[in-house]
Design a protein around this ligand. Structure first.
Ligand code: TYM
Length: 332
């Protein structure tokens, strides 16, 4: 079975619709016919300033949400990145294969560093893509389900794997990005030409999966659209409406053209009201399941401990192979 791997940062109290439609939905589907590894990258979460108590809590909430979305610990390996030391160890090796200029060209780093200023932006933020490459390469992942914003990091990962293989002999699998057509870039409701983002969007721009349905409905009602009346998919000229149609279509598995004809002659208010209900129908039972998992933190920790044991085996074997290839003397 092909191997699939992906991660989501524990940097907010709730995942949002962009995370869900761009990535997490695919995670759940892929566990059926893949050997699946999914993890919570807490090492990535400390590349920006953070609150320790909050990080620990958010890591558990992230695990509970992943289970609530349908990840099944019997069918996938779910773990926390810091529980598997090989991630940090392979990162060092990859840092030594990455050009300084190459790392400087990563757009996510450039954007964040521009926002933070060069003195506040950390070296960890700079080498973040190497840590991400290590995450992927340790598990010989064939496919990596992510949203569009991770494409450049995946490209770097592929380059590093190829570079390692050509320099030291074939030992790493070159992974393919698995980016869904359509929902790979869900936009901010208040600023529909930017992506919905935990760190950059205003609260009104993000639909959080754990928001009370009333809050989500209100945010959707207030979404920025345009001065026309026609409900038509035209991302260029009508990015707000196009985004609502994209979300609607992805949440209901209905074609956008079908929605366009359903809403012919109706107003933006109708579309928004119905989308609010679609989101509520999904969010209510989801929140209930998440609460259930959070009520039993000991069981949650057991799931994560079992996942870490399995992950350490696989990652440890790859790391050993890498260390041998680069000429480290084996410990006896
Ligand atoms: P993160 O935690 O920012 O986001 C998790 C996933 O959600 C996707 N995503 C979106 N998709 C569509 N529209 C949006 N508006 C949107 N916002 C976020 C992201 O593309 C991602 O798939 N660096 C990664 C975490 C990571 C990782 C990895 C992923 C660490 N190591 C190894 C894959 C493999 C990140 O920050 O994702």
């Amino acid at each position: 079975r092909p191997r699939v791997l992906s991660g989501i940062q524990p940097t907010a109290d709730s995942f949002h619709l962009g995370n869900y439609l761009g990535a997490l939905r695919q995670w759940v589907a892929l566990q059926d016919d893949h050997d699946a590894f999914y993890f919570i990258p807490d090492l990535h979460a400390i590349t920006v300033e953070h609150d320790p108590k909050q990080l620990a809590r958010r890591t558990r909430v992230a695990a509970a949400q992943l289970l609530g979305l349908g990840l099944d610990p019997d069918r996938c390996t779910l773990f926390v990145q810091s529980h598997v030391p090989a991630h940090s160890e392979l990162t060092w090796v990859l840092q030594c294969l990455t050009g300084f200029g190459e790392a400087s060209r990563m757009t996510q780093f450039k954007d964040k560093a521009a926002k933070e200023g060069t003195d506040r932006a950390t070296v960890g933020l700079f080498t973040y893509p190497d840590l991400m490459a290590a995450d992927i390469l340790l598990y010989d992942a064939d496919r990596v389900p992510v949203g569009e914003d991770q494409r450049q990091h995946l490209e770097l990962t592929r380059n590093l794997a190829q570079r390692f293989n050509s320099r030291f002999g074939r030992s790493l699998v070159v992974p393919e990005p698995y980016i869904p057509p359509g929902a790979a870039k869900i936009a901010d409701l208040q600023d529909p030409t930017s992506k919905m983002s935990k760190s950059a969007s205003s609260p009104g721009g993000i639909v959080e999966l754990l928001d009370p349905p009333k809050t989500s409905a209100k945010k959707i009602r207030s979404a920025v659209t345009d001065n026309e009346r026609e409900i038509r998919y035209d991302p260029e000229n009508k990015p707000g409406v196009a985004n609502l149609l994209t979300i609607f279509s992805a949440m209901t598995d209905r074609k956008i053209t079908e929605l366009e004809s359903d809403y012919a002659g109706k107003g933006y208010g109708d579309l928004k009201k119905d989308l609010g209900e679609v989101v509520a129908e999904f969010a209510e039972p989801f929140a209930e399941r998440v609460r259930g998992y959070l009520d039993d933190p000991a069981e949650l920790d057991r799931v994560l401990a079992a996942g870490a044991t399995r992950a350490r085996d696989v990652a440890g074997a790859t790391l050993q192979r890498v260390h041998e290839r680069i000429g480290f003397l084996p410990p006896t």
